[in-house]
Design a protein around this ligand. Structure first.
Ligand code: C2O
Ligand code: CU
Length: 483
């Protein structure tokens, strides 16, 4: 399978082997299909699988092999394709040289299944762990380690979970696009600083690691086959450590149907769409192109910090197949209204801040930070020193979230959805209230959000730029069962 997949992308080179030496023209399209997880359980409502974290080879670039860390041998890892109400059972084995865990990003799971090191002993090399829980919500989710997250995700450890609901919007084509970036040297190897925080350039310590090649489903800027006039539903996920994507297809709009944990009551159209690290969007686009004329999928220039601008780049190319164009079917205009959490006065403030090691902060890290290294804080403290927030099962709480630093951050909450209520005091329109687990925090902007705590345990909230979480920007919410 893997060989076949590599063969398509590698084009002529692989064909030599596969086609017995005959020369053929390289294919006009790249194979961006994800490896699919195999369900070994015949029961219709149980998805059961083996998952192994192990070293492997990725073919990011056509002509180079890259040694990476994988789930079941591929980057992205296997797509888990299930439906609401299914039980997911994952028999996990760690074949890496260091400990790891799996966090199920965005899924509402029992606390012991969450994969955070606060609730689970790391799985040692050679060790196993069984994860099992019910898939409660339709949407696109992902899984990744929750230990040395900055290194392990960047080395290739991430996979996608699609949970189908009872009524999914109709499209002619549905495609999952996993966005990422990677830096490769001439030999195709990942950079050495992936194993050495001390070797990180200052810029990456401040803003997170950035790769210079843009990836879709593990391919550098692939050519993606589309059909002119057809409704394409794109399920977007950004797994990059720190890169924001601001997606645009010139001359086209995206209809935004939904995001992390649900649909918008009123889908809306945008010319470009910012997808923050770890965030998901569910969009539709109707490419109008003809064979021979490519449509670029670009990321636009984006300022994410006072002193840092992300350059524009080519994410992928949409290329028409030589097929009769379709006449567009209608795009969805409405979805059932999600239950809205009650608002009210904020009970607590969550302030994202920053400091300097040896000046106003001292953060214990392995390897130790150097004086002057950035330390990222929540409410003025870093990591374990941040007092946990507290709630009881059943509480709905409103939080003020403020970013007082010089760059954007990404708020992520484990275990629960939140609903954004207002931005700088301006209420979010009621038809845009939606369940989310991940959200961009613009610089100096004040957000108010509501959370219903319906599961006891110790849950993390943190910045999803893992280089920030790693040096302080991660804390706990302790949710007590009611007596
Ligand atoms: Cu996707 Cu705690 O993270
Ligand atoms: Cu951050």
């Amino acid at each position: 399978m893997q060989q076949c997949r590599a063969g398509v992308v590698a084009g002529a080179a692989c064909c030599l082997a596969a086609c017995g030496g005959r020369t053929t023209t390289p294919p006009a399209f790249d194979d961006i299909s994800l490896t699919i997880a195999t369900d070994v359980n015949p029961a219709v409502d149980i998805f059961e699988m083996d998952l192994e974290a192990r070293e492997g080879i990725a073919h990011y670039a056509v002509d180079r092999e890259t040694r990476v860390w994988t789930y079941n041998g591929s980057v992205p890892g296997p797509l888990i394709d299930a439906k609401v109400g299914d039980q997911l059972v994952v028999h996990f084995t760690n074949r890496l040289p260091e400990p790891t865990t799996i966090h199920w990003h965005g899924l509402r799971v029992p606390n012991a299944m969450d994969g955070a090191t606060a609730v689970q002993e790391p799985v040692p090399p050679g060790g196993t762990f069984d994860y099992a829980f019910i898939l409660r919500d339709a949407g696109l989710y992902w899984f990744h380690p929750h230990l040395r997250t900055d290194e392990q995700i960047a080395k290739g450890l991430y996979g996608v979970i699609r949970v189908r609901g009872d009524s999914e919007p109709e499209a002619d084509v549905e495609e999952i696009l996993v966005l990422d970036d990677v830096t490769l040297d001439a030999a195709g190897s990942l950079p050495l600083h992936l194993d050495d925080y001390g070797a990180l350039p200052d810029d990456f310590k401040r803003h997170g690691r950035l790769g210079d090649n843009l990836l879709v489903n593990g391919r550098i800027s692939p050519r993606i086959a589309v059909r002119s006039g057809a409704v394409h539903r794109l399920r977007l996920l950004n797994t990059a450590n720190s890169r924001y994507f601001d997606l645009s297809v010139p001359g086209h709009t995206f209809r935004v149907l939904g995001t992390d944990g649900g649909f918008f009551e009123k889908p809306y159209d945008v010319d470009d769409l910012v997808v923050a690290p770890a965030e998901r969007y569910d969009v539709m686009i109707v490419p109008t192109s003809t064979p021979g004329i490519d449509l670029p999928l670009d990321t636009l220039q984006l300022q994410r910090a006072e002193d840092d601008v992300l350059a524009a780049g080519r994410v992928a190319t949409f290329r028409s197949r030589d097929e009769r164009p379709l006449t567009a079917r209608a795009l969805p205009v409405a979805f059932p209204r999600a239950e809205h959490l009650p608002g009210g006065a904020a009970v607590e403030a969550i302030v994202f801040g920053e400091g300097l090691q040896g000046k106003d902060q001292h953060f214990d890290h392995d390897p130790p930070l150097s004086p002057g290294d950035p330390v990222f804080t929540i409410n003025g403290k870093a990591g374990m020193e941040i007092p946990p927030l507290r709630a009881n099962v059943g509480d709905v709480k409103v939080f003020d979230v403020v970013n007082q630093t010089h760059e954007a951050h990404v708020f992520h909450l484990h275990g629960f959805f939140f609903q954004l209520l207002s931005v700088d005091g301006v209420p979010v329109p009621s038809d845009r209230i939606v369940n989310k687990d991940t959200m961009n925090l613009g610089q100096a902007i004040h957000y108010q959000l509501a959370v219903r705590f319906d599961e006891a345990g110790t849950w993390m909230y943190h910045c999803h730029i893992p280089e920030h979480a790693e040096v302080g920007m991660m804390a706990e919410i302790q949710v007590q069962a009611r007596p």
